[in-house]
Design a protein around this ligand. Structure first.
Ligand code: FAD
Ligand code: NAD
Length: 468
């Protein structure tokens, strides 16, 4: 039987990063993955393919709607070849997934293909697709089995017309009318892909606003901009039934007044969150506790109820984000190696890759109010930037919340072109406990979208933005 210092179950951004860090720290490491393709949800059916389709559909929209503004005339018809777009997305996924295989070889990590199932606290059975089982032994085990799409109990996902994100990433036709249940990250990102390609998109959201966990100013602005793009929003709607009649899908819901309403389309994307995934893991055999919501229970060192078994990523508490999973992978590897690493969970940024992009870090205004913290707000609109006017991306703003007495930055919320990248400045500043004035006194290249961060910081410090 092969023995290892560490065995990692699951090869997503949590698992593969944990494996690499363990190997870097000199541990003999095994990685067990159910599928032949490494990289987990993120690389195969999540972050990477969705961004590839967002980019392709954005090019199409630019060609159809915006080239003319820039003095570019297209003489022929601009058409979408969805099959080719999906093929390109698959080739992006394959290149990325192959990169992980390369990294496993480079770091001498032994990869096992099969379902990892606990035999006891130090032995894992690996059930291979051909039916045989191989058992390995490991001193330490990291559970990184990720998550799967959630569903509502009364919805039958036929995966043809009533679909999850996984199917939405490989549709064979552009829907005529896509009904999206859940106005969160997946619903809006994939909704925007198909909106740009010509679908009518109707979002049905249970809460009173889309992206309900982010700062409400971002919800408001994103709603306004997406409505201009043609999205239809129905917030405060409780979905009660989804029916399929041939090629038609009917979504029934109760609105705020308690009235029954119906939405008819040809596809329905169910994007109401994801659930932690531990099926087939046989966690009981090792004594690993799983809570009522299906999450593996962990302490601050991400140690489970069993001392030598750790868990990271979507399968434990916290935001279901690839970079959060990766930070946790690094942390656990370093804990096993006897180091004292730390993750600042307050500074895990959240991004929605619609256009305009939405990005956020730290506390929202609602959270500060709830906690009774006194704060100042500085806001700067993208439209006041020369860079935004040059590109034509004038929607959005940067909002900085800083402590009323110390001026320490407590939260940064932005919507606009390339804010997914701009948020890194806010994370860095907040990690070093910068004040809004610190940011306002740093030179920002001109002309850039980043100047909005400096201007919002000036507004938060002394309400003295230069260009407004
Ligand atoms: P996963 O990536 O889910 O990996 C878990 C792996 O474990 C899988 O490969 C699975 O096959 C394997 N596994 C499970 N059980 C076993 C077993 N018993 N034996 C062996 N292998 C097993 N996050 C972002 O930060 N940015 C984004 O832009 C983003 N976009 C997304 C878009 C979509 C459409 C979706 C669905 C998700 C997106 N996410 C994004 C979320 C991100 O994908 C997850 O947070 C991330 O993948 C979690 O990583 P993980 O390592 O915990 O688990
Ligand atoms: P989400 O939590 O972002 O959004 C789900 C939405 O569905 C929420 O707005 C919620 O209020 C709504 N909802 C819940 N129950 C409902 C009901 N019965 N009827 C109508 N609406 C309902 O979840 P998601 O969009 O499915 O994404 C899942 C996870 O994947 C998220 O945790 C997210 O972090 C991750 N993800 C991240 C990115 C990114 O970082 N850009 C992209 C995609 C997915």
């Amino acid at each position: 039987m092969s023995t290892y210092d560490v065995a990692v179950i699951g090869s997503g951004p949590g698992g593969y990063v944990a494996a690499i860090r363990c190997a870097q720290l000199g541990m003999k490491t095994a990685l067990i993955e159910k599928y032949s393709s490494l990289g987990g949800t993120c690389l195969n059916v999540g972050c990477i393919p969705s961004k590839a389709l967002l980019d392709s559909s954005h090019h199409y929209e630019d060609a159809v709607k915006h080239f003319e503004d820039h003095g570019i005339e297209l003489t022929g018809e601009v058409k979408v070849n969805l099959e080719k777009m999906i093929e390109r997305k698959e080739s992006v996924v394959n290149q990325t997934v192959d990169g992980i295989k390369f990294l496993m070889n480079k770091n001498k990590i032994e990869v096992f293909e099969g379902i990892g199932s606990f035999k006891d606290a130090t032995h894992i059975d690996i059930k291979k697709s051909e039916g045989e089982t191989e058992t390995i032994e490991a001193k330490n085990i990291i559970i990184a089995t990720g998550s799967k799409p959630s569903n509502l109990p009364f919805i039958e996902l036929d995966k043809e017309r009533v679909i999850t994100s996984t199917e939405a990433l490989k549709l064979k036709e552009v829907p005529k009318h896509l009904i999206v249940i859940g106005g969160g990250v997946i619903g809006l990102e994939l909704g925007q892909v198909y909106k740009r390609l010509g679908a009518e998109v109707t979002v049905v959201e249970y809460m009173d606003r889309i992206i309900p966990t982010m700062d409400s100013a971002l919800s408001k602005e994103l709603t306004k901009v997406l409505k201009k793009q043609g999205f239809k929003f129905n917030v405060s709607h409780q979905v009660t039934a989804v029916e399929r009649n041939g090629d038609e899908v009917v979504v029934k819901a109760k609105n705020k007044k308690g009235e029954e309403v119906e939405f008819k389309g040809d596809y329905c994307l169910v994007s109401v969150g994801r659930r932690p995934y531990t099926d087939g893991l046989n966690a009981d055999a090792a004594g690993v506790k799983i809570d009522k919501r299906g999450m593996v229970e962990v302490n601050d060192h991400l140690q489970t109820s069993v001392k030598n078994i750790y868990a990271i990523g979507d399968v434990i508490k916290g935001p279901m984000l690839a970079h959060k999973a990766s930070e946790e992978g690094t942390l656990v590897a370093e804990v096993i190696a006897g180091q004292k690493p730390h993750i600042n969970y307050n500074l895990i940024p959240g991004v929605v890759y619609t256009w305009p992009e939405v990005a956020s870090v730290g506390k929202t205004e609602e959270e500060l109010k709830e906690a009774g913290v006194k704060y100042k707000e500085g806001r700067f609109p993208m439209r006041a930037l020369g860079r935004s006017r040059a590109s034509g991306d004038t929607d959005g703003f940067v909002k900085i919340l800083s402590d009323e007495s110390t001026d320490e930055v407590l939260g940064v919320h932005m919507i606009g072109a390339r804010t997914a990248d701009l948020i890194a400045e806010a994370v860095t500043a907040m990690e070093f406990r910068a004040s809004a004035e610190d940011i306002s006194r740093m030179s920002h290249a001109h002309p850039t979208y980043a100047e909005a961060v400096k201007e919002a910081a000036l507004a938060a410090t002394e309400n003295r933005p230069i260009h407004m």
